[in-house]
Design a protein around this ligand. Structure first.
Ligand SMILES: [Zn+2]
Length: 195
């Protein structure tokens, strides 16, 4: 495998290449995916460069070296061939929290969040966008396996399957923990520019 013999050059930089993922853009220079954000491990990014599947858009200071070459790790790559993006985000824990803005859908607090099935599983409720909401542990315990009308607890909004666009609108308020500076031009590109 191409990248097996690559040694990271720890002389030039202290941070580990493990903390240097590449942001993957589609051929139109928008992220391939927002939720989850399309990131590749540095080895996959370099492999794709050598397979001529991506262009390097931006690089880290961090370099890697092998007997035959030295190169800086890509921080942003763009696909050479356009891939039709998914219209709907994946049904994941993070994305449900993001849809619900990390707040309990019953009481509105933002701590100790878990999930609640609006129609309990014991009553045939499914684990889907349309039946799962963010809920704090106390509300989740209080509602238990009761229907909303029995528990007198209704979610503040009817759960729904969000579009990528809807999640993206919420995502601006809850950016990922790690955003390399070179990614900023490609994320939140539709936010208002400073005058
Ligand atoms: Zn609550």
């Amino acid at each position: 495998m191409l990248t097996q013999n690559i040694q990271t050059n720890h002389v030039s930089e202290n941070s580990s290449p493990e903390s240097c993922p590449a942001l993957v853009l589609n051929a139109d220079f928008r992220p391939l995916s927002y939720y989850p954000l399309s990131l590749w491990h540095w080895q996959d990014a370099i492999k794709a460069v050598f397979l001529d599947r991506v262009n390097i858009v931006s690089e880290y200071e961090q370099t890697v070296s092998s007997p035959s070459f030295d190169m800086r790790l890509p921080s942003v790559v763009s696909l050479k061939n356009y891939v039709t993006p998914a219209r709907y985000p994946a049904f994941t824990r993070f994305n449900v929290f993001l849809r619900d803005k990390f707040t309990c859908q019953y009481c509105g607090i933002e701590d100790d969040l878990t999930f609640d099935h609006v129609i309990p599983r014991s009553k045939g409720g499914t684990t889907t966008w349309e039946n799962v909401v963010a809920a704090c542990s106390p509300c989740n315990l209080r509602k238990a396996n009761k229907l909303s009308k029995v528990a007198k607890m209704w979610p503040s909004q009817q759960p729904y399957r969000p579009s990528v666009h809807q999640l993206h609108a919420n995502g601006r308020h809850f950016p990922p923990n790690f955003l390399h500076e070179s990614w900023q031009d490609y994320l939140y590109w539709d936010t208002e520019l400073e005058p």
